[in-house]
Write a protein that binds this ligand. Structure first.
Ligand SMILES: NC(=O)c1ccc[n+]([C@@H]2O[C@H](COP(=O)([O-])OP(=O)(O)OC[C@H]3O[C@@H](n4cnc5c(N)ncnc54)[C@H](O)[C@@H]3O)[C@@H](O)[C@H]2O)c1
Length: 327
């Protein structure tokens, strides 16, 4: 297959490239400095070691550049991860996040239609569910009250996909990811920030009392599931489907802290701050629709998913060369 992947210097993008070893991949990323770009260059170096991989540094909002790429290559599938992530960042820089995420999506989706790419898989987020206290969250629930501009931008992508799916032959599948974790992870996410603080003897900030829960999901499961979605996409009976991708077992921040302490052999110094209104109390995935599409899925237990990260963290020592993420 010939695959277009955006966000390849990012966490999930790099793992997606590695999961498609043996295929021809054109990977795009603008390497923006939301967090330390040293980590992005390291991920890219791993991608570049893979035969059949070509990297283009570009912004997916650059329509002329994207059209040039799509005119040159007949892609079988687009996997769109390139976006400005981070709920808290979107509170500080709402226009930047909204513009980049919605325009980037529209440019690629329009290219999918115009250049007759059969399948486009794109990253949405569990944050679209907003403030819901009771799980699990299923795709039919109300998602019209996003509590951050980041969530709004992801919901806007879903609505754009719905509209564009009626205008051509491309099948769109939107994946609502639930807190993805793993090696080479994102330094702005709590598990990485906490590990980094522990290794550099800094205090961590816990929002609320630590009872907030997240459905932490292995990046390896995410990539396996996406590959299976790519296989079934041509047989979908609608041109736009939205699926949750999450481990289905929410874990509290307090349990995350205890497990990190155990796996890293450290004691974290905790400080507490009031939770902000953009932080949702719970994410909890229902995977019924996903399983109806691709059959039973293997979902790695939280401790094992976290261990893949902590093992990498101990061996790789990213705290020795990465600037801590500041939000
Ligand atoms: N990691 C998670 O838990 C999670 C959860 C829900 C949704 N998501 C979504 O999954 C996708 C991948 O997330 P990630 O965790 O790998 O994040 P990441 O920040 O590590 O990767 C995103 C990559 O996209 C690139 N990028 C950003 N804007 C771009 C643009 N306009 N043009 C080209 N490249 C651009 C960035 O430089 C970065 O390397 C994102 O769309 C994110 O919103 C992630």
């Amino acid at each position: 297959m010939k695959i277009f992947i955006s966000g390849v210097a990012g966490f999930i993008g790099m793992h997606m490239v590695l999961a498609y070893e043996g295929h021809t991949i054109v990977g795009v990323d603008n390497i923006q400095p939301y967090y330390d770009v040293k980590l992005k260059h390291e991920r890219l170096a791993k991608c570049k070691d893979q035969k059949g991989f070509t990297f283009i540094q570009a912004d997916v909002c650059d329509e002329a550049k994207m059209r040039e790429l799509f005119a040159r290559h007949q892609f079988d599938v687009i996997i769109h991860f390139g976006a400005q992530a981070g709920v808290r960042y979107s509170k500080k820089y709402p226009l930047e996040v909204f513009e980049s995420n919605t325009m980037g999506f529209m440019v690629l989706a329009q290219c999918a239609l115009d250049y007759k790419v059969p399948t486009m898989i794109y990253a949405s987020s569990s944050s679209v569910y907003g403030h819901v206290n009771v799980g699990p969250f299923h795709e039919g629930m109300d998602v019209d009250h996003p509590s951050s501009v980041y969530a709004l931008s992801k919901r806007a992508n879903e609505l754009s996909a719905q509209t564009l799916s009626m205008m051509g032959e491309t099948t769109f599948i939107g994946c609502r990811f639930f807190s993805v974790i793993g090696p080479y992870g994102r330094p702005d996410m709590a598990y990485f920030k906490f590990a980094h603080a522990g290794a550099t003897q800094k205090a961590i900030t816990v929002y609320g009392d630590g009872s907030m829960k997240r459905d932490f999901t292995s990046v390896f499961d995410v990539c396996d599931i996406i590959k299976r979605l790519v296989e079934v996409a041509p047989h979908c009976n609608t041109r736009h489907t939205i699926v949750n991708i999450g481990a289905t077992r929410p874990i509290s921040v307090n349990t995350l802290i205890e497990t990190l302490e155990k796996q890293l052999g450290i004691t974290l110094i905790k400080t507490y701050e009031e939770a902000s209104s953009i932080e949702v109390p719970l994410t909890h995935c229902d995977s019924t629709i996903l399983e109806s599409l691709i059959g039973p899925v293997h979902l790695t237990p939280f401790e094992t998913s976290l261990e893949a990260f902590t093992t990498w963290f101990k061996e790789h020592k990213p705290y020795a060369y990465l600037d801590p993420f500041i939000d």
